[in-house]
Design a protein around this ligand. Structure first.
Ligand SMILES: [Zn+2]
Length: 137
């Protein structure tokens, strides 16, 4: 992959895209966070103390009628505020909410389609485009 153009890198400037592959008929984009600091979601104090890395798998909007999944290596930080009840927190992602399994872009696409076509047709169209909507109600 090293000599090929990484198309998805254009969409995630805060991350280093390390690989783009096809797995089980779906596009899988692997990337690493470049963040070196983040703010605690409870107290807001910035932390530069890395705790460990973890992997989050998040569905992106489909592309070329194929499902797209991001497999991101992200950081967890230690909160440095001794008065804060939070010990460790995961970095905030620019493309997906906390604990979400899909991106803001996919969420917006579904909302736009729901507005135009209603829920069932919206889900049908997105499924034809390659999305897996099992996590959406
Ligand atoms: Zn905190």
């Amino acid at each position: 992959m090293s000599n090929e153009v990484m198309m998805f890198a254009l969409f995630y400037p805060e991350y280093q895209v390390t690989d783009e592959t096809i797995e089980d008929g779906k596009i899988v984009v692997k990337m690493n966070s470049l963040k070196t600091a983040d703010n605690c979601p409870v107290c807001g104090v910035e932390s530069v103390t890395l705790h460990e890395d973890s992997i989050r798998t998040i569905q992106e909007a489909p592309c070329w009628n194929t499902g797209v999944w991001i497999r991101a290596k992200i950081h967890t930080f230690k909160c440095q505020n001794q008065d804060c009840p939070v010990d460790v927190f995961s970095e905030e992602l620019s493309f997906a909410g906390q604990n979400k399994t899909y991106t803001y872009r996919l969420e917006k696409l579904l909302q736009d389609f729901r507005t135009k076509y209603g829920n069932e047709k919206a889900k049908y169209v997105l499924a034809v485009m390659g999305a897996d909507l099992s996590d959406f109600s």
